[in-house]
Design a protein around this ligand. Structure first.
Ligand code: 3HC
Length: 337
């Protein structure tokens, strides 16, 4: 005969066991549900690129060259026209090497793979991969992705070409399932010529998403590398402090931009010295990245000394001397040529 106390204890233990089993079963079913919804990604055949500027146009071009069906989207027809011009010019350059006897045919064959639209919802309705290369504003990017999340297929992968913002913070504008299909895809300027793409994983990015992005970048004839969602990822984390230190050298009067460029090209084998590169990338872009990092320095994500404000850089940006695109930066350019 069991004592009443022992019977009560056994009853309590049995109830706890049942509840634990139920909780475990629930956990398992949540994991299963999560896996079945997050692991599925399609083979990428249709690419949508948002932003028809230099980077977006370059990404659309390499996508089209790799045989993907590309939709290039921007907010105005004028921006799209500008993007198509950038692509046509760049394709003629590629054609001169690859198909010198039929430059026109080569170019039009690839342009056939690119459609344009200002209708964002239409642009993504059938897409397997969306790459965003719009203005570097967390709010604008989050608004765009939040809107697209409702319009794109569940399996569609979202990627941002941001160079200065946290991919995770952008991805959080989307549902949990989409966050598993969200990553950074960072291309380099000029996109058709630079072989590297950084694939940035957030803690939510699924392995299937990463693998699909790796595969599609290889198809674009790029070399992908993997990086966590940290300020500057790999290249800019090393490159931007180097560029800023070069400006400080000029500010201190240690050497001229011309001599520093010659030194780094001939002494370190860089294709462009830091001032040619600063003008090429845009002084506003570099200044913007440094500014964003200054905020991150407060939380210790990056060291403060690396991104101390630089008077000379701020002055040039204020004067509109942004580099090649404005006709003047550290050097002068004849943009009418
Ligand atoms: N479209 C198509 N092809 C292009 C191109 C374009 N816009 N620009 C260059 N190319 C191709 C050329 O056709 C040539 O191809 P080939 O190897 O088959 O002959 C090749 O690139 C080299 O070009 P060129 O011979 O005309 O000129 P250079 O040898 O001087 O190279 C350069 C030009 C590739 C721009 C080289 O100077 C370089 O690598 N510079 C450094 C660029 C760099 O560091 N970019 C990264 C910037 S950081 C960034 O983008 C990150 C962002 O977040 C800030």
């Amino acid at each position: 005969m069991l004592s009443p106390t022992l019977r009560t204890t056994l009853n309590i233990m049995s109830t706890i066991r049942t509840q634990m089993n139920l909780a475990a079963a629930n956990r398992l079913s949540t994991v299963h549900r999560h896996l079945s919804t997050t692991s599925q990604v399609n083979k990428i055949e249709k690419l949508t690129v948002f932003g028809a500027g230099l980077m977006g146009a370059g990404i659309a071009q390499v996508g089209a060259q790799s045989g993907l069906k590309v939709i290039l989207s921007d907010v105005t027809d004028k921006a799209l026209e500008n993007g198509l011009n950038i692509i046509s010019k760049s394709l003629s350059r590629v054609a001169k090497k690859k198909s010198p006897d039929d430059i026109e045919g080569f170019t039009s064959n690839i342009l056939k793979n690119i459609e344009t639209t200002t209708d964002a919802a239409k642009a993504v309705q059938d897409s397997d991969l969306v790459i965003e290369a719009i203005i570097e504003s967390i709010k604008v990017k989050r608004d765009l992705f939040g809107f697209l999340d409702e319009k794109a297929k569940a399996e569609c992968i979202f990627a941002s070409n941001t160079s200065s913002l946290s991919v995770k913070e952008i991805a959080e504008s989307c549902s949990n399932d989409r966050q598993a299909r969200f990553a950074g895809l960072h291309f380099f300027n000029p996109v058709p010529a630079m072989k590297l793409v950084e694939i940035i994983k957030t803690p939510q990015t699924s392995t299937e998403t990463f693998e699909a992005l790796k595969e599609v970048t290889l198809r674009m004839n790029k070399s992908p590398v993997s990086c966590n969602d940290t300020p500057g990822f790999i290249v800019n984390r090393l490159l931007v402090p180097y560029l800023l230190e070069a400006i400080r050298m000029v500010e201190r009067g240690d050497a001229t931009p011309e001599d520093i460029d010659t030194a780094m090209e001939l002494g370190a084998g860089y294709p462009m010295g830091p001032f040619k590169l600063l003008d090429f990338v845009g002084l506003d872009t570099t200044s913007y990245i440094a500014q964003g990092w200054r905020e991150k320095a407060q939380s210790g994500e990056i060291s403060k000394e690396l991104v101390e404000p630089i008077g000379l850089l701020d002055k040039l940006v204020k004067e509109g001397k942004l580099g090649r695109k404005s006709g003047q930066g550290f050097y002068e350019y004849d943009n009418k040529k």
